[in-house]
Design a protein around this ligand. Sequence first.
Ligand SMILES: [Ca+2]
Length: 467
Amino acid sequence: MSARDVLPIFLSERPVDDASESPARQRWTRRRFLGAAAKAGAVAWASGVGGCLRTLTAPSLNCGRGADKADLPNFVMILADDLGYGDLGCFGQSLIQTPNIDGIAAQGVRLTDFYVPASVCTPTRASLLTGRYPVRTGMTWALAPGDTQSLPESELTLAEALRQEGYATACIGKWHLGHHSSENLPNNHGFEYFYGIPYSHDLEPLPLYRNEQVLTASANPTAFLVDLVSEATAFIKRAGDRPFFLYLPHIMPHIPLTVPAEFVGKSAAGIYGDAVELLDWCVGEVLRALAEQGVDRNTAVCFTSDNGPRGGINGGSAGPLRGGKWSVYEGGVRVPFVFRWPAMIPPSTVNATPVSILDLLPTFLDVAGCTTAPGPLLDGTSALQVLGGFESRLHDRLYFLDADQIVAIRAGRWKLHLPRSGQPAELYDLEADIGERVNLAGQQTEVVTELENEAQRWRLDVRAGPN
Ligand SMILES: [Ca+2]
């Protein structure tokens, strides 16, 4: 019996249109949630405390134990490219209209403190699919066409784990985890179907793949944006009675910004806003396909971004945060996150618990009723109870990387930027100073020392392995 077996009964006591502060909502207490999770045998995941590495190994996974395969939830993971913390309506943007993404938040949960461990494409994607810091997988910097590195075959991906349980799996969009040979492509990492490009669309050459077949050596990004929607909706329809995992790493609003003619001038924020509104349209089409197939209630839809916004002309907004892409200031590594799963998750919840993209693999496997056994170390932990609307402390610390170097660390309210390149340490109190403007390193020397020591400990642990 798993959490997903118990939660529907539990949630059935709550009206669907329950307001967040209603008496029915208040009855849905943490104690009862944890009690249900414990009965389900899922408490080991749901009550995870930061610093305790989870373990996972492919042969010993036992997913969806005891569950009727037809009842397994579907997963749709939509990953924007370079979308900023302040680029969505539900995160305060007023010039760009994003009703579909905002609707996910209205029907589920919005996380205000959701992080990626580095502020470029490849490390985030590796973290999402493995639940492990990129320094463990070697995927520490954005891959270029000439690069031969790739996600190691030894890594167990979310797609592989779900596929073992009969999930139909597809990657539709930008892969960016290795392309030197066909063995590096998604089909060898758990995805039954791949339609997409190997890396960012500003790079050349830009082949377009269907599975391991090159459809064209020179993809047209604008046409590809439309194809993403038709491919995604076709996959949802093809899945039939099988549970499915659709990974949709979108290519907008990464440069070059390109949108079909009908989207040009649509927003009040120039071509960047047009690109974000196109992204929102894509999300809406996917949601519509789920509804048309009658699977929207039992499909968990997750939307986030791989890193903060590129600045400059036609760049995005990090909202109140400092910095953006290529930076580990909050604007580079704190990204918008919304999640809906109507069958399980209450609507209109906002949660400020720090959660990492590292947590999505264990969360999805938790939702699918997976157990774990000894194997490669996981850095993430299930965020199921956070998504369920409860405050929780998933991580004592979150680490931020520049290539293979730890350069910043968050612990509770504190964010330390380690000294480097002749620059002194910077310490910010994120509760009082979300914009990282007042450096408290000179006043809070004990905190600086503690976090510097913690960073050194983590650095040595990662290097010492086993990883
Ligand atoms: Ca990116």
